[in-house]
Design a protein around this ligand. Structure first.
Ligand SMILES: Cc1cc2nc3c(=O)[nH]c(=O)nc-3n(C[C@H](O)[C@H](O)[C@H](O)COP(=O)(O)OP(=O)(O)OC[C@H]3O[C@@H](n4cnc5c(N)ncnc54)[C@H](O)[C@@H]3O)c2cc1C
Length: 713
């Protein structure tokens, strides 16, 4: 047995013993009003004869009763008044109750916090965030209203991440008014018929008002803090617009669309191409490239399907033109014309924040709005590798235009970076018959996925001819060769083109963030309402993070638009617990919620259920039976904590677990849903079936077996 568990069991036994003794020996009978009244004179005489021992004994007893959450604290508080008087009694009870409450708080934390965290991880994290933000206020309110059971507050707070000092200090202050009332009643014990007499409806009403005071104070302090950041800025008396959006990528377009839909006056400013990164240099061109690469791969591997295979003749310039054609086909959906038609005032130019309400376009026209949303996106990070700048390196921002100039495909491509972008590109270029090397300084590709996912993808890439060099550092570029180092050894990787794909960084300079003192780290600092330090300036998408996906930017956009336009009525907190993402390799890797790594890191207890595609009829028919569905399930329940799918079309298959997680549909419901045969989506159902098999009711089945045996006679 682990040491921590031994300690817990010992403490639990001690508490159980003490509480058991209290009830078995009927010690509660001593802590009654009648008994107190009957013994008041004896107690007073004892205190007069032994003042120090009386205080110490009473103090110790009070701490024990409250620490063990035993009934009787109210009577003891009255007793303090009756035998020590108002001020001494209040002093004793105030400290004894705080120490007792803190011990109960610590016991609850020690015994149960880890278990609660493991069991309800996601929800506990959210509660802890709330406690870190406002816990002291809520505790003060609970303490000020004596109607909330004292022991329950101690135990419940112990389960949160509240600091002990905060708990003790706030408790002592919050309990003081109630303590004084009870101790004072104790000084007039004869007049008290029952403990319920002490709190008249009027007094309870006063306590409730007092209890609401911290929340009111919090709202006032919050309002004051929100206003304080604007000191030194002159707020326009009226605004030209309701909303100004900087950047017309996924985040900015969706923000503007929502604003215009609810009939706000919205201006959207874009300095480059409408559609931003995703349309022009990101998702769209990369997925178009991947499609061409798959066509080449299918020709090359057609032998597996009974068709003569061939080495595909790649018409590189046509292939790149197709990519640009697809961008052009999608572009009207993100165009100035479309958005103007939807009621958005679209401006082309460089936007700069001048003050918290004013944006300047190209150093000229100034527009004002009550709310501003920054959706300025990001750009490829380029590491300081000596010789790289002179090498004519490509990034996802530049490669689509630069490759457009080539008649024939490059012979060799080297990709620096083992994340999703680098891995998608590496497989695609290799499938097009280009000698591709992928360099990753970490031990594996796709480091955010579980180890087995990386292993499978790496194996596929290697089989398809990618030279995957994990654990290699890019040291310098010499002419047309990248020098890499691994285990102290250097080697040269020749290339025609070198692509840097080591991650993307948020755009943080050159448009007024510095001048306004808007905090930035790796991204613009925002709270969970997406507000920057100025509550009327929001940030969404790659510039805000923490994730960098088109659908994530669009999700945040809803919160920024709604908070920006209706925040005076209600402000919403963004929630990213059910966020899917997909790496479009073949097989695709799709992910939602926790995987094994993240669940382990967060200390969340989970069961893993795995269904291998090698058994799935449709996957076999497609020749796409490499992969799996892996579900993380809450122990003792059928609730999904996360899913990882590695499969052809995993990006489509993940939609079902996403829906289940978002709307709390358990695996039993998934299992009870008819899935068309033969489809890849059946894999989700079969994975749920694996979970069911692992939890079959063995006892009941044994009884059923007996029943059938009996029926057979
Ligand atoms: C190769 C690649 C593949 C990707 N594949 C996927 C994928 O498959 N799925 C997925 O979900 N995500 C993918 N992404 C990520 C996705 O493209 C981004 O997460 C998404 O585009 C972010 O949108 P955004 O609105 O935050 O920023 P952006 O799309 O970058 O838009 C920001 C816009 O703001 C403009 N701007 C910046 N500053 C100013 C200023 N001062 N004034 C005016 N305009 C300004 C910029 O010109 C830009 O147009 C991929 C990215 C890359 C690079």
């Amino acid at each position: 047995m682990k040491r921590g568990n031994q300690g817990r069991i010992l403490l639990l036994l001690l508490i159980a013993l003490a509480v058991g003794a209290f009830f078995v020996l009927d010690l509660g009978a001593w802590l009654t009003l009648a008994n107190l009244k009957a013994r008041q004179a004896d107690l007073a005489a004892f205190v007069a004869a032994n003042p120090l021992a009386a205080v110490a004994g009473f103090f110790g007893l009070y701490v024990a009763v409250t620490a063990l959450s035993l009934p009787g604290a109210a009577i003891m508080t009255l007793a303090a008044g009756a035998i020590f008087g108002l001020w001494e009694g209040t002093l004793i009870v105030s400290f004894a109750s705080t120490i007792g409450a803190s011990l109960a708080f610590l016991s609850s934390r020690y015994l149960l916090r880890d278990w609660v965290k493991a069991r309800f991880g996601g929800r506990v994290e959210a509660i802890d965030r709330g406690i870190a933000r406002d816990g002291a206020f809520y505790l003060l309110t609970l303490r000020l209203i004596p109607a909330f059971p004292f022991f329950l507050i101690n135990l419940a707070m112990g389960l949160t991440a509240m600091r002990l000092v905060t708990f003790a200090l706030v408790s002592q202050v919050g309990m003081l008014p109630g303590t004084i009332v009870y101790v004072n009643a104790g000084t007039r014990l004869a007049a008290v018929g029952s403990t319920s007499d002490i709190l008249s409806p009027a007094l309870i009403g006063s306590f409730v008002l007092l209890g609401l005071f911290p929340l009111l104070a919090k709202a006032l302090v919050g309002g004051w803090k929100r206003r304080r950041v604007y000191r030194g800025w002159r707020r326009p008396r009226r605004f030209d617009r309701n909303l100004i959006v900087i950047g017309a990528g996924a985040g900015g377009l969706v923000t503007a669309l929502i604003g215009a839909t609810v009939r706000a006056k919205v201006t959207l400013i874009e300095k480059g191409e409408m559609g931003g990164d995703c349309l022009n240099t990101g998702c769209v061109p990369s997925k178009a490239l991947i499609r061409s690469a798959r066509a080449a791969h299918e020709i090359r591997t057609a032998g597996a399907y009974g068709i003569a295979p061939a080495e595909p003749e790649v018409r590189f310039s046509e292939l790149i033109e197709r990519i640009h054609r697809i961008i052009a086909e999608i572009a009207p959906a993100d165009s100035v014309e479309r958005y103007t038609g939807l009621g958005v005032d679209v401006r082309k130019g460089h936007a700069r924040l001048v003050d918290p309400w004013t944006v300047e376009i190209d150093g000229g026209e100034r527009l004002t709005a009550r709310a501003i949303v920054i959706a300025a996106g990001g750009e490829p990070a380029v590491p300081p590798i000596p010789g790289l700048a002179e090498s004519g390196y490509l990034t996802s921002d530049t490669m689509w235009e630069r490759l457009r100039g080539r008649e024939t495909k490059p012979e060799r491509i080297t990709i620096v970076g083992g994340g999703p972008i680098g891995t998608e590109l590496a497989q695609a270029f290799a499938r097009l018959g280009i000698r591709t090397t992928q360099i990753e300084h970490g031990p594996r590709l796709l480091p955010k996925e579980d180890e087995e996912v990386s292993a499978l993808v790496e194996a596929v890439l290697r089989e398809e001819g990618v030279e995957v060099l994990t654990g290699h550092d890019a040291v310098r570029v010499e002419g047309k060769a990248l020098i890499v180092r691994s285990a102290g050894e250097e080697s040269a990787i020749p290339f025609d083109e070198i692509i840097v794909a080591v991650g993307r960084k948020a755009r943080l300079t050159g448009y007024g963030l510095e001048e306004l003192g808007i905090e930035t780290g790796r991204t613009v600092a925002v709270n969970d309402r997406l507000e920057t330090r100025y509550p009327n300036i929001y940030a969404v998408g790659d510039v805000a993070g923490p994730y960098q996906f088109t659908h994530f930017a669009a999700h945040q956009a809803w919160f920024a638009a709604v908070n920006g336009l209706f925040g005076q009525l209600k402000r919403f907190r963004a929630d990213y617990r059910v966020l899917p993402w997909v790496t479009f390799t073949d097989p695709e890797v799709a992910h939602v919620g926790h995987n094994e790594i993240s669940a382990r890191e967060a200390g969340i207890e989970h069961e893993v259920v795995r269904y291998d595609l090698s058994h799935l009829d449709r996957a076999l028919a497609e020749g796409a039976n490499r992969g799996f569905v892996k579900l993380l399930v809450e122990p003792g329940k059928d609730r999904l904590l996360g899913a990882t799918i590695v499969a052809a079309n995993a990006g489509e298959l993940i939609a079902e677990p996403v829906l289940a997680m978002k709307h709390g549909l358990g695996l039993n419901k998934l299992l009870a849903t008819i899935h068309a045969y033969p489809t890849l989506a059946e894999a989700n159902k079969y994975a749920a079936g694996e979970w069911k098999k692992a939890h079959k009711p063995e006892r009941l089945l044994a009884w059923l077996e007996r029943y059938h045996r009996w029926r057979r006679g």
